[in-house]
Design a binder for this molecule. Structure first.
Ligand SMILES: [Zn+2]
Length: 90
């Protein structure tokens, strides 16, 4: 199976990201934190970040990475004056 090349810090920086969200997937924890990727070597791969990450709340090494949506929305708002934050359905 052909998989797309693994994403690295340089790719996220090129897209304007400065942080990436790390979520703890240990049962019952749910801790998450934004990692400052500008301080990591640009060639650092996604899997390397996952391998090095450890939950500061429960000590689990089971984490997943996600785009930092808070920062993403904040940037959209600053750049375009558009607030895409979903509103609760009525
Ligand atoms: Zn945790």
């Amino acid at each position: 199976m052909n998989r797309p090349p693994e994403r690295a810090v340089a790719d996220w920086i090129a897209e304007g990201e400065t942080t990436i969200a790390v979520f703890c997937i240990a049962k019952g924890c749910g801790h998450h934190a934004a990692v400052d990727i500008t301080r990591l070597p640009p060639e650092t791969k996604r899997s390397q970040i996952i391998r090095r990450a450890r939950c500061t709340a429960c000590g689990s090494r089971e984490v997943k990475l996600m785009r930092d949506m808070d920062a993403h929305y904040r940037r959209m708002l600053e750049e375009r004056g558009f607030d895409p934050t979903p509103r609760p359905a009525r």
